[in-house]
Design a protein around this ligand. Structure first.
Ligand SMILES: Cc1cc2nc3c(=O)[nH]c(=O)nc-3n(C[C@H](O)[C@H](O)[C@H](O)COP(=O)(O)OP(=O)(O)OC[C@H]3O[C@@H](n4cnc5c(N)ncnc54)[C@H](O)[C@@H]3O)c2cc1C
Length: 483
């Protein structure tokens, strides 16, 4: 019997869940607060430049392919993707550069050229360890509904944790594997994709480094938003109704109340609005430990429509400051503005020139910064903008006078626009006690009709993880006999 489901939020998690349920023949309505689909993934136009406002890196293709396979389609028939090789250019504060690539021979060559001979020799073995970590952790701790504690802490799982040293500290483990300080930064900064410092992260998150250096970074033609557009199109073909400008203000059992006063009922609700916000604002039943929850960092964003080319940068670029650990300590522990911030620069017009004005560049900058545990001010904004422009002018052809139009996004904007609690752009933190089994479940503990999908439930943040989150919700609903 077809059932009626309501999905709150048209982020990639909400869209993928709706597609999966509609493919099984159920009626699904998505209620989205904003006027666009995509959530953190929304497209943004500034002047003549086009941006993905959040994610820009497509990694770990398997969950993307699986979504299409599970509905009887092939990803290749809907998305045109290309490998970014090199993955990104790294700018070190001493003026040296390195191009990160999944090409092992080229990595070894660059390591030798920078004098890191021992690291070059050890590189294949290092990658092998990361691959082992990846292949053991995904089936046992990521792509799994933990229905009882033994699913997480059974003898097999504990054996894997010990064998792979999964809970040891990531930065310390990298120090053991890699000698060169610049390479240590290169192979550990990826935890920042989860909004987590590598100095506070368990070694299991070395899987992110593996995704980059073992598999590579991909770009879908049309930008990352194209992934959401395709999922949205396919779900609408299967009857999903998407209502934008439809903020939900309350979940009551299997009904939702919208801000415009409507009350809609369903057989179950799947909430894609970020979990800590939803528990407080929509169910009004946050768990007892809510106040103790830890959050990821935030991100200060600059989107510039540039009337110039910037030849020295690639599509993806990483700028490290002088003091990697100091920078992260300022963000995560001192809750101060980083005085010499590391940041990421994306110029998608390098892959698709029509994303910028003729002869121009669409230049996006992401600066990791503290979440709203530290109040944000206009001075913070101005300080970071001037730091970023100074560094870009020093090390690339970028000139601030070539900016035709610019927009910025602050931690406060992440909070007010997308309901991300504390402006934590990557949701709940991924420290050990908020990972895997310990991360909030995709099934509400207080409302049997309510499920969660998205970055702050299991397994976690990032497009592939959120796609797996949709797999897990479908799996749980199936096991419960609901679908
Ligand atoms: C700056 C940045 C860069 C990132 N870079 C990458 C990257 O390169 N690669 C990668 O894989 N991941 C990246 N991520 C992570 C990735 O964007 C997220 O993990 C993913 O998009 C989260 O999807 P989601 O569906 O869980 O939530 P969201 O995208 O947050 O979607 C939730 C939706 O719910 C809606 N909503 C909220 N409240 C309500 C309400 N009351 N009523 C109705 N609707 C509501 C919101 O408007 C939103 O549309 C990045 C994230 C950020 C912020």
């Amino acid at each position: 019997m077809p059932k009626n489901f309501i999905v709150i939020g048209a982020g990639i998690g909400g869209l993928a869940t709706a597609l999966r349920l509609a493919h099984r023949g159920h009626r699904v309505t998505i209620l989205e607060k904003t006027d666009q689909i995509g959530g953190r993934n929304r497209p943004l136009q500034v002047g003549q430049a086009h941006f993905d406002s959040g994610p820009t890196l497509m990694m770990m293709l398997d969950p993307f392919k699986k979504l299409f396979e599970d509905i009887g389609e092939r990803m290749e028939d809907h998305l045109e993707i290309e490998l970014c090789d090199p993955s990104y250019r790294v700018f070190y504060s001493d003026g040296s550069r390195l191009d990160g690539t999944p090409n092992v021979a080229q990595m070894i060559q660059q390591m030798q050229a920078m004098g890191a001979t021992r690291d070059a020799e050890n590189y294949p073995a290092f990658l092998g360890k990361l691959a082992g970590l990846y292949h053991d952790s995904i089936p046992h701790f990521v792509r799994k509904n933990f229905l009882n504690p033994l699913d997480f802490a059974g003898p097999k799982q504990l054996g894997i944790v010990l064998k792979r040293k999964m809970l040891s500290n990531l930065a310390k483990q990298i120090d053991k594997e890699i000698q060169d300080p610049k390479l240590r930064m290169l192979f550990s900064f990826q935890t920042m994709y989860l909004g987590l410092s590598p100095f506070d992260a368990p070694w299991v998150y070395g899987v992110l480094t593996y995704m980059e250096y073992g598999e590579g970074i991909w770009y879908p033609k049309g930008g990352i938003i194209e992934i959401c557009n395709v999922i949205s199109r396919l779900s609408q073909q299967k009857g999903v109704e998407i209502q934008t400008n439809s903020p939900v203000c309350k979940i009551e059992g299997s009904a939702v109340v919208l801000e415009d006063g409507r009350r809609l009922t369903a057989d179950a609700i799947i909430c894609n609005a970020d979990l800590p916000y939803a528990e407080q604002a929509l169910t009004r039943q946050p768990p007892r430990n809510h106040a103790k929850r830890r959050y990821s960092c935030s991100a200060f964003m600059i989107y510039a429509d540039l009337d110039q080319e910037v030849p020295s940068i690639l599509h993806h670029n990483v700028f490290f400051g002088k003091n990697f650990k100091g920078n992260l300590d300022q963000i995560f522990h001192q809750r101060a503005l980083p005085d010499d911030p590391a940041f990421y620069v994306c110029a998608s017009s390098k892959s698709e020139p029509h994303r910028a004005r003729l002869g121009g560049t669409s230049l996006m900058v992401l600066v990791p910064c503290a979440n709203l545990d530290r109040p944000w001010s206009q001075d913070d904004h101005d300080f970071l903008v001037s730091k970023i422009y100074e560094r870009l002018e020093k090390e690339t052809e970028f000139k601030r006078e070539c900016i035709k139009e610019v927009k910025t996004l602050t931690p406060e904007d992440w909070k007010s626009q997308l309901n991300l609690d504390r402006g934590a752009a990557f949701g709940l933190s991924h420290d050990f006690l908020q990972s895997a089994f310990f991360r909030p479940s995709n099934k509400s503990k207080t409302n049997p009709n309510l499920y969660y999908v998205g970055a702050s439930t299991q397994p976690g943040n990032g497009l592939p993880m959120v796609l797996i989150s949709a797999e897990l919700v479908e799996d749980r609903m199936r096991r419960e006999g609901l679908i």
